[in-house]
Design a binder for this molecule. Structure first.
Ligand SMILES: Cc1ncc(COP(=O)(O)O)c(C=O)c1O
Length: 353
């Protein structure tokens, strides 16, 4: 692989990392659909395509990356590395699928789960003294709460239990925040979202600067078989190449939309942390929010997020999110012209004024 100069900006490193360096070789790491590599076996030893994707993400997050079949497969591998009966803290407002996985593990008697308010840093600091894993998500999905990762990670290092601090960085991306530099042990992504960036794959990744943790995660991947597909890793690497420019562009548009939404008479509250492509806003009730979704023409009413296309979803309509305000709409901002997006939103909002 090509050597990456640490002084290069993320934008440059996203282009260079994970690329073959032979001058007369292929420009890209080929898509290698393979199970057997001589005496090596892909589930145990990885493949060149996974490795290229892992190099690029590791470079952006500042550690060694391990790719998994999905974001949830990544979380499963982290759980798998815990001792039986471990106490785990998770934010009350975090992705429903992650909380469902933890509840499933608790029902099976494998872990004990504590659900904490994401912004109550004192509660997280206190939990550091009794938990084996602090699972953070920041900003949270869908309420866009921002957690104090540095303070919680510092408490985890001080406390006797020394819990593992894991941050789901799916919303912020490594361009918005690098949790390992804030003291986290592991950063995880649903690469399905912004890393892949085109709504055409399912993939997950975990990054850590701790060699033992990398070993444990890779062993978990091997044991539970949570392995990525070759095409998925290939496409996601292609997505990573443009992540910095996509992120910058979408952030600018998201900030503009957040600002205009905040000034709109129909909007009760805008939740935007100041950077990134995700935002949420509150309409008075479920019915109003549903009518706005139905009136949008350009913005797709669809689940998931992180693609080049702008999507909107009323998360409370999906169930499993009892705490989410019924009129909250989550917007994943893509790469369309900002004024076209605003015109679409304004027209739809006008119908409920
Ligand atoms: C913040 C966050 N983490 C994890 C996941 C799970 O990822 P996947 O669907 O790739 O398993 C999602 C999916 O929506 C998510 O939004």
């Amino acid at each position: 692989m090509t050597d990456v100069n640490e002084q290069w900006s993320a934008r440059t490193r996203a282009i260079v990392a994970g690329r073959p360096h032979e001058s007369d070789g292929p420009m890209n790491t080929p898509l290698v659909p393979v199970s057997t590599l001589g005496l090596g076996y892909a589930r145990e030893d990885g493949t060149p395509t996974w490795a290229a994707f892992e190099d690029a993400v590791g470079e952006l997050e500042g550690g060694t990356a391990t790719a998994f079949a999905s974001g949830i497969a990544t979380a499963s591998a982290v759980l798998d590395s815990l001792p039986a009966g471990a106490r785990v803290a998770v934010p009350g407002d975090s992705y429903t699928g992650t909380r469902a996985l933890f509840e499933h593990a608790e029902t099976g008697g494998r872990i004990r789960v504590e659900t904490l308010p994401p912004t109550d840093t004192d509660a997280w600091v206190a939990a550091a003294a009794r938990c084996a894993l602090l699972w953070l998500e920041s900003p949270t999905n869908p309420s866009m709460e921002v957690m104090d990762v540095a303070a919680i990670a510092a408490a985890a290092k001080d406390g006797g239990q020394r819990p593992l601090v894991v941050v789901d960085n799916t919303f912020a991306t490594p361009l918005g925040q690098q949790p390992l530099t804030l003291g986290a042990d592991v950063v995880v992504h649903s690469a399905t979202k912004f890393l892949g960036g085109h709504s055409d794959l399912l993939l997950g990744v975990a990054v850590t600067a701790d060699g033992d943790l990398t070993e444990r995660l890779r062993r978990a991947r091997t044991l539970i078989g949570a392995t990525p597909g070759a095409l998925e890793a290939f496409l996601a690497l292609r997505g990573v190449r443009t992540l910095p420019v996509r992120y910058t562009e979408a952030s600018t548009t998201a900030a503009l939309l957040a600002d205009r939404l905040a000034g709109h008479v129909a909007v009760r509250r805008v939740r935007y942390p100041g950077s990134g492509a995700m935002l949420a806003f509150d309409l008075p009730d479920a019915d109003t929010a549903d009518r706005v979704c139905a009136r949008l023409r350009l913005i797709r009413h669809a689940t998931s997020l992180g693609g080049v296309e702008t999507t909107v979803e009323r998360r409370a309509a999906r169930g499993g999110d009892a705490h989410v305000a019924p009129g909250l709409l989550r917007l994943s901002v893509g790469l369309e012209a900002p004024e076209d997006l605003w015109r679409d939103l304004e027209r739809a909002l006008h119908s409920v004024e």
